[in-house]
Design a protein around this ligand. Structure first.
Ligand code: NAD
Ligand code: DAU
Length: 339
């Protein structure tokens, strides 16, 4: 089987490629990535010498380039991770989110229709369900929760999901969609909460917590997400949505304090800053469907996952120090200087 993995030079896509090369050594993987600020070829170094792995630099919204790749590679399965993924950036500049996340998905699905594939898997997010109130811990997102969106990012991801379902119904494209909660683990770009807090704490810099720090996220170790997508590709039902989440809710302040404690740094580094616009209060996934149908359950407890993640950032300083010295420095200044 040949898989085309888009966005594979980013955080989850790269972890997914490593998982698949390991779990299915006979499969071939072609990674298509535009190498935006969030994509990094260094991340894919562990796969570089694998004869079943190839990389091609292309933009998912570039129809000519995408069709050319399909014509040459003839993939059986497409897994679409390629996206602009950071909510804060989408608030500053929504345009590129609509282009990559919506038009890019459309172009990929048109290519699938034109050249033929056995599966198109759209990697979605729980953010398409909006948010839940903090005082109703009994409520969870199920696959039937109505789609809504708080940020340009989540609106673009919701649009892509709707488009994928429309392509399934209208053209019979064999689509599956997964909607996952917040991932953490190796190779996550340091603009996201956990790696940002690790990097700042190690540098004894302030840790910017938005609002009161009470917003809740449902944290899942990235390998558990990759295993879930693998299971959906093997046995998931076409035309279905699968929620993926770990029943591991923590508010942001709790997460930040755990990181400080593990690194032996003082809580005085925490600084409460102006809240994110439209900030979602709580995400919480009900993963009953993927558990019942495919037998998936998360395997990594937060206690172990956060330890492994912190150790990875400690052991791989060149990877992220390189990133935070480039374009990211300007971004950080703009985002946090007068907050
Ligand atoms: P990321 O930002 O780390 O990586 C995105 C990758 O996509 C990068 O390699 C980037 O170069 C590439 N890319 C961006 N625009 C492109 C384009 N036009 N053409 C080709 N490649 C392009 O993102 P991530 O955190 O790994 O997220 C991957 C996917 O998973 C996204 O679709 C995201 O919405 C979804 N998701 C993420 C999380 C999370 O917690 N990070 C949770 C649920 C779902
Ligand atoms: O739920 C899945 C989503 O999780 C994915 O679809 C997104 O791609 C991914 O980026 C993530 O979105 P969040 O907005 O939840 O993640 P982020 O790491 O940006 O923020 C997590 C929480 O931490 C959120 O409540 C905002 C807060 N935060 C974030 C940053 C960067 C802070 O308090 N301070 C910060 O500096």
């Amino acid at each position: 089987m040949k898989l085309l993995v888009t966005g594979g030079a980013g955080f989850i896509g790269a972890n997914f490629i490593f998982h698949m090369l390991d779990a299915h050594p006979d499969d071939e993987i072609v990674c298509l990535d535009a190498l935006t600020y969030a994509g990094n070829l260094e991340t894919l170094e562990p796969a570089a010498d694998n004869p079943n792995f190839t990389f091609v630099k292309a933009d998912v919204a570039d129809r000519e380039a995408v069709y050319g790749i399909f014509e040459k590679e003839k993939p059986d399965v497409v897994v679409n991770f390629a996206a602009e993924s950071h909510v804060d950036r989408s608030i500053e500049d929504p345009g590129v989110f609509l282009r990559t996340n919506i038009i890019g998905t459309q172009v990929l699905m048109d290519a699938c229709n034109k050249f033929g594939i056995s599966r198109f898997h759209q990697v979605g997010t729980d953010e398409v369900y909006g948010d839940l109130p903090l005082d109703r811990p009994d409520l969870f997102f199920t696959e039937e929760t109505p789609i809504t969106a708080s940020s340009p990012y989540s609106a673009s991801k919701a649009s892509a999901d709707l488009l994928a379902m429309a392509y399934h119904r209208t053209y019979g494209l064999p689509v599956t969609i997964s909607r996952c909660s917040n991932n953490y683990g190796p190779y996550q770009f340091p603009e996201k909460l956990i790696p940002l807090m690790i990097a700042n704490a190690l540098a004894d810099k302030e840790l910017p917590v938005y609002g009161t720090g009470e917003n809740v996220r449902d944290w899942l170790y990235v390998e558990d997400h990759c295993r879930a997508i693998d299971m959906i590709l093997q046995n998931g039902r076409v035309g279905e949505v699968y929620n993926i989440g770990g029943h591991n809710e923590k508010n942001n302040l709790q997460v930040v304090k755990i990181i400080l404690e593990k690194l032996g740094k003082p809580e005085s580094l925490i600084r409460f800053v102006t809240d994110r616009k439209g900030h979602d209060l709580r995400y919480a996934i009900d993963p009953a469907k993927i558990h019942a149908e495919l037998g998936w359950l998360p395997e990594t407890k937060f206690e172990d996952g956060i330890r492994k993640t912190i150790d990875w950032y400690l052991d791989n300083k060149p990877w992220w120090e390189n990133i935070i010295s480039g374009e990211y420095r300007d971004y950080y200044e703009k985002m946090y200087a007068n907050r």
